[in-house]
Design a protein. Structure first.
Length: 201
């Protein structure tokens, strides 16, 4: 049994494949991330890692806050890079410019107007010196994997885990990326849902 091919169809298919291949070689690269940069345009980076975030006792001792922090850190452990974040309890409180990376839930409207923020200092060449994640304790946070309790699904709580993952992205040197659906864009609704279980990623 022999198979017959229409030469004109094969020629069109080959031409289309070659054209797509050539266009792919000259098309601009699509990126799903943005890097934070210093005033000279150098990407911000850590001289070494893993980076340890120190969590004040008053935050660490709250079981809901601690669970959200640890779940966010676990999400970072599965990222495809070599950049890792560790968290540990620290009983000396929270402050800026102390050369210690920290993550704290605070009530200070002079520093924090929204739900979360990362304050970073960097030196020559864009090397981070310190990054602090501060979270607004007055935000109605969701510390649950029950999707019906989270704002994207009509619940009252903004997913704390997602916002922490987003702020950890800033610690890693990532900027906002609103053009592609990811946690560095609109973090509060970047959730994986399986039936009624919602998890940040």
């Amino acid at each position: 049994m022999s198979t017959r091919y229409d030469v004109s169809t094969l020629t069109r298919a080959t031409l289309a494949l070659v054209t797509l291949t050539l266009l792919g070689g000259v098309a601009p690269a699509a990126e799903a991330y943005t890097l934070l940069r210093n005033g000279d345009g150098d990407p911000l980076h850590w001289a070494s890692y893993p980076v340890t975030l120190h969590v004040p006792s008053e935050t660490w001792d709250d079981p809901d806050l601690r669970a959200s922090i640890e779940n966010a850190r676990e999400a970072w452990l599965v990222n495809p890079s070599n950049f890792y974040i560790h968290v540990t309890e620290d009983d000396d409180g929270w402050s800026t410019s102390n050369n210690e990376n920290e993550l704290a839930f605070i009530d200070d409207p002079s520093i924090l107007a929204g739900p979360g923020k990362t304050l970073s200092r960097y030196g020559a060449g864009g090397a981070f010196v310190e990054s602090d994640i501060i979270m607004n304790i007055n935000t109605t946070w969701g510390h649950t994997d029950d999707k019906d309790e989270l704002t994207p699904y009509g619940g009252p709580g903004r997913p704390a885990e997602n916002t922490i993952i987003h702020e950890m992205g800033h610690v890693a040197g990532l900027g906002h990326e609103p053009d592609v659906y990811n946690v560095m864009g609109q973090d509060w609704d970047h959730i994986h849902v399986n039936d009624d279980v919602a998890q940040g990623y």
